[in-house]
Design a binder for this molecule. Structure first.
Ligand code: G3P
Length: 218
């Protein structure tokens, strides 16, 4: 399963890229606003921090303007992935862009039927929002299972990019189901390494090692 960072914070992206665990980045208008930076400038910088796809979202709601915005965005770098909302205009834009070989992430997916449409539109990625689904009394992970089943039934190549990930259990369940990607806030990616028994084990080994009076590096 690929790990994308769901952020426009370049310091956090650099930090994660250095671990070798980062496979790409997703942004959205809210994350760009949070960064306080110029959209084009920060997106270009992010594209230079990873070889993987970097999702940059259109803000138009109609197909013609989405195409014009995509034209500007895709010139930023070869690894830009155009993010479009799951609307009829977004799907039309997705079809047009992927037919030309441009990567597209169809976002704001909240139902398996919407995911079916994204696949039929040739999406590179579909982004079901599990956290927001849970927040509204639905079961985010059962949505991922349904999409996996449907995509496998028809051999769709659209990758399931689990978004709105809030905690480690979302990641674990995504991996169990066989989602292709999880995009997560950097803190969630780092928290996956935490375990109380790992900390306790290190503490014990360090205490015993100190008793030997030895050092590995002379
Ligand atoms: O980037 C889309 C998605 O991951 C947003 O997550 O936490 O705002 O629901 P959240």
């Amino acid at each position: 399963m690929k790990f994308f960072a769901d952020t426009a914070d370049t310091a956090a992206i650099k930090d994660l890229a250095a671990t070798g665990l980062l496979d790409g980045v997703t942004t959205n208008p809210s994350l760009i606003a949070k960064s306080g930076r110029d959209f084009m400038e920060v997106t270009k910088e992010i594209c230079g921090l990873t070889d993987g796809p970097v999702s940059a979202e259109v803000v138009a709601l109609d197909h013609e303007t989405m195409m014009k915005e995509a034209e500007v965005l895709r010139k930023i770098a070869d690894n830009v992935c155009i993010k479009v909302p799951l609307t009829i205009d977004g799907l039309k834009t997705c079809k047009a862009l992927t037919s030309e070989g441009t990567m597209v992430n169809v976002t704001l997916c909240f139902s398996a039927n919407q995911a079916l449409l994204a696949a039929k539109a040739g999406a590179t990625f579909v982004s079901p929002f599990v956290g927001r689904h849970d927040d509204n009394g639905f079961d985010g992970m059962s949505l991922i299972s349904d999409i996996r089943l449907i995509y496998d039934n028809y051999l769709f190549e659209t990758q399931i990019l689990v978004a709105s990930v809030r905690h480690a259990t979302h990641v674990l369940e995504s991996a169990r189901i066989g989602a292709d990607v999880a995009t997560m806030p950097p803190a969630v990616i780092k928290a996956l390494a935490n375990h109380v028994l790992t900390d306790k084990g290190i503490e014990g080994f360090m205490a015993d090692w100190a008793k030997t009076g030895q050092s590995i590096i002379k």
